[in-house]
Write a protein that binds this ligand. Structure first.
Ligand code: PAF
Length: 282
């Protein structure tokens, strides 16, 4: 696997691939890769001849009091894992490559509406940072396909909207959530959890399953949401949200709409770690 540290050399290599007729896939990541990321590489491989994974801890998607400084950076292990899982190229850009005028002065992308609810309401500016860096990565790599995990479901919708609105010729593929045996969704942030917290964190997935069962039984979403928040709080979480929404656009699931069109989403803090997860009903 080749490692590219700047846009110019990456572009030169990709131009050769394109001339050879290869379809190119991009898997954007912030590194500290686990089996969830490796599954994205495998999925990308099914859609393309040449798979590029980017590893970049993007400063513009972290709020001032968030974990940008302590976010785990493990590029050597990431490179080994990517090579083992059949990735063709790793793109490891520096901040001034992706943000030539500096992160503060960067042209920003805002996807209205979708960026302002749920995680966007709790983490103001987060999705602007995501949309901004993903657009920059798309411009540099110019992939045919890009793969994103469904654990960050709202992020996936933001990116789908961005691509559609800007008419970018890129197919966005959402990848299934990869879970540990306990049901805990794999995430780089899981490593902030101590052993007891890690065990308790499985309650998030269990609660999502309970919310789905209640919704399919016809219980009103507001009642399910209140009970789910209570269940999490009783177990020592600080719930940010536990909601039932329309899977298509995260709007409210109207009374009378088939429950199968819905999904449950949870964000909750356990100790100092904010965890998110979701479950589609249909
Ligand atoms: O999901 C992530 O890891 C990040 O938000 C992404 C898409 C790589 C953008 O920095």
């Amino acid at each position: 696997m080749d490692i590219f540290r700047d846009t110019a050399t990456l572009r030169a290599a990709l131009a050769g691939r394109r001339r050879a007729g290869d379809r190119i896939a991009l898997v954007p990541t912030m590194g500290n890769l686990h089996d969830g990321h490796h599954s994205l590489i495998a999925l990308a491989r099914r859609h393309a001849d040449f798979v590029v994974a980017s590893v970049f801890v993007n400063p513009t998607q972290f709020g001032p009091n968030e974990d940008f400084a302590r976010y785990p950076r493990t590029p050597d292990a990431d490179a080994r894992g990517l090579a083992q899982h059949g990735c063709d190229a790793m793109f490891l850009p520096a901040v001034d490559d992706l943000y030539p005028f500096g992160a503060e002065a960067a042209v920003r992308i805002h996807v209205p509406g979708l960026s302002d609810i749920l995680d966007g309401a709790s983490r103001p500016g987060h999705f602007d940072g995501v949309a901004t860096v993903v657009t920059r990565l798309f411009n540099r790599v110019q992939p045919d396909v890009a793969v994103f995990g469904r654990k960050d479901y709202q992020q996936l919708l933001v990116i789908e909207r961005l691509v559609e609105d800007l008419a970018l010729p890129i197919r966005i593929v959402g990848a299934p959530i990869v879970r540990e045996a306990s049901g805990l969704a794999m995430s780089s942030r899981n490593q902030y959890l101590d052993a007891a917290e890690r065990e308790r964190a499985a309650l998030i997935h269990a609660t999502l399953g309970w919310m789905r069962d209640q919704a399919l039984d016809g219980t009103e979403p507001v009642r399910i949401e209140a009970a789910a928040r209570q269940r999490l709080a009783d177990a020592g979480f600080v719930p940010d949200y536990a909601v039932i929404r329309r899977a298509a656009d995260l709007g409210p699931l109207e009374a009378g709409a088939p429950a199968a069109e819905g999904m449950a989403l949870i964000a909750a803090r356990l100790g100092s770690t904010r965890l998110i997860d979701n479950l589609r009903f249909g």
